[in-house]
Design a protein around this ligand. Structure first.
Ligand SMILES: CC(C)(COP(=O)(O)OP(=O)(O)OC[C@H]1O[C@@H](n2cnc3c(N)ncnc32)[C@H](O)[C@@H]1OP(=O)(O)O)[C@@H](O)C(=O)NCCC(=O)NCCS
Length: 163
């Protein structure tokens, strides 16, 4: 993800997450955080973002900051691809576990994470507002070493730019 992706990514984020969507400033702040972050965008045939994902990885514990796929592109494996890209990058950076938070009322995301080996480790009651929806904290540990394909995120030059 580059600075010029932020406007379209934020519009997609707003469409997908509604009141809990990130602002453009939040995406800018993540990109500006530099070395501890890794953000990727999957571009559709129309040149627009079909999905995006972000990682915080600086130590032994990494976090999925965000992951989303445009409605028209869902159900075709892109979410899996993005999640595996984050797992691979976290492992490459030396993380031993990968954590995420997910709304308890998001079965599609929970199914994806569970299928990829994440386990629920705790519940944050009434974490998401509005609506008093619980957050599940899920963790993948240890991190599998996934093969990197040529041209996939993780290559030199695909890093988020330093601030
Ligand atoms: C969660 C999300 C990223 C999945 O992306 P995707 O590209 O549709 O995922 P995939 O096609 O790779 O599917 C992977 C798995 O997710 C689960 N899944 C996807 N869509 C689903 C649905 N509508 N209902 C139930 N499970 C679903 C399944 O386990 C699926 O595996 P399967 O195809 O073997 O059954 C996508 O639904 C999304 O962006 N949702 C809105 C934003 C969001 O909730 N992000 C996560 C915040 S924590």
């Amino acid at each position: 993800m580059r600075w010029w992706d932020v406007e379209a990514v934020q519009a997609l984020d707003a469409a997908l997450f509604g009141p809990t969507a990130w602002t453009a400033a939040m995406f800018w702040s993540e990109l500006a955080a530099g070395a501890t972050r890794w953000y990727v965008v999957a571009e559709g045939a129309d040149g627009q973002p079909a999905g995006y994902a972000g990682l915080l990885a600086g130590g032994t514990e990494a976090d999925v900051q965000t992951i989303a796929v445009a409605p028209a592109a869902q159900g075709r494996g892109l979410g899996t691809l993005l999640l595996r890209a984050l797992v691979g990058e976290a492992a490459r950076r030396g993380a031993r576990s990968l954590l995420l938070e997910v709304r308890a009322d998001n079965p599609a995301a929970i199914a994806l994470y569970t299928r990829e080996g994440f386990e629920r480790i705790s519940i944050r009651r009434r974490y998401y507002q509005p609506g008093d929806v619980d957050a599940w904290v899920m963790r993948l540990r240890p991190l599998p070493h996934l093969p990197e394909e040529p041209g996939e995120p993780g290559e030199p030059g695909e890093e988020a730019p330093d601030a």
